[in-house]
Design a protein around this ligand. Structure first.
Ligand code: ARG
Length: 313
């Protein structure tokens, strides 16, 4: 009943605006506004429907841009042939948030600047889009909330999650990941059930944190701003284990050979995660531009080069 009322309201609104504007172009905007109207209603189902159709529209737009053979990655081709450029790209500068405490995806290089796979990837995307990339190093837990204010977008080995999708949109995924468990040599922990009641170190606000805090029974979870600090506490005997993404786990445990081992999260039943770039919610021009550039980077071999340079080395 509520849903029906919301849809009816949306329809009336759309019709009203259509009549008032009297042309097709503005009518599209009216429909969009009406869609947002239903999203704001307490009826989640109606809101979702409205959102879904919005996503399909974005996909359709992308497809038609591809079909027309457009080489342009920096905008969305609209029906009248003009190009819709995201306000984020319009000033020629892209401010990208990261947390450079996550090797090999991001770390602070010898020159004191963020480096790593993600940094190289976003710079390559910036080049395709013809914008200058400026990296902003900040705490991981602050990234999502800073999009749209302090930073334009974020790349930080960030896992796509429904919770984060409430605040941001995600690009196409660019890398598969899995949580790993770093253990002291000789630890008896071997399965998910063994984690119950243990003292677990995590990086604050990460998926490893969510597993330890939400899923493991009776664990004492110690949250660190830097994963490496958790690993140091593990070496010092203050923790039973650290839960962190595979590649950083391998890098961190590798620094303490003979003392620590990084164990595959599949053994603990952890699910595969996808890394993607977080962008402002609703900026479909930017989303399409980033996805277009990412696609080109995969197709022209740049992506594989970066994997070889940063991850497989
Ligand atoms: N993939 C995990 C997540 O999204 C951890 C990411 C941590 N990234 C970082 N740059 N510190 O929650």
């Amino acid at each position: 009943m509520k849903k029906f009322t919301a849809l009816l309201l949306a329809a009336v609104l759309a019709t009203g605006l259509l009549t008032a504007c009297g042309n097709g172009g503005a009518g599209e905007n009216a429909a969009e506004n009406a869609g947002q109207e239903t999203t704001d209603t307490p009826d989640a189902a109606a809101g979702e429907d409205a959102q879904d159709s919005g996503e399909e529209n974005a996909d359709a737009q992308e497809d038609s841009a591809e079909a027309s053979g457009s080489e342009d990655a920096d905008g969305v081709d609209t029906q009248d042939g003009t190009e819709e450029v995201s306000p984020v790209l319009a000033d020629g500068k892209l401010t990208v948030g990261t947390n450079a405490e996550f090797p090999p995806f991001e770390f602070v290089g010898d020159d004191g600047e963020p480096d790593g796979f993600d940094v190289a990837l976003i710079k390559a995307i910036g080049e395709k889009l013809g914008v200058e990339v400026e990296m902003e190093n900040m705490e991981f837990d602050a990234l999502v909330a800073s999009i749209g204010s302090k930073i334009d977008i974020a790349i930080a080995g960030m896992t796509v999650s429904d919770e984060r999708k409430k605040s941001v949109d995600f690009s196409d995924p660019y890398y598969d990941a899995l949580q790993y468990v770093i253990l002291p040599e000789g630890s008896e922990i071997a399965t998910f059930d063994d984690l119950a009641g243990k003292t677990i170190g995590v990086q604050l606000g990460t998926t490893g944190d969510f597993i330890a805090s939400d899923d493991v029974d009776g664990a004492t979870v110690k949250q660190y701003n830097k994963g490496v600090d958790a690993v140091n506490d593990l070496v010092n005997g203050r923790l039973d284990c650290v839960i962190i993404d595979k590649n950083p786990a391998l890098v961190f445990a590798g620094k303490f050979e003979g003392q620590l081992t990084a164990v595959d999260g599949a053994q603990f039943g952890f699910e595969v995660e996808n890394y993607a770039i977080a962008i402002p919610k609703g900026d479909s021009a930017l989303l399409n531009a980033v996805n277009g550039a990412l696609k080109e980077i995969r197709e022209d071999g740049t992506f594989d080069e970066l994997v070889k340079t940063y991850i497989e080395n």
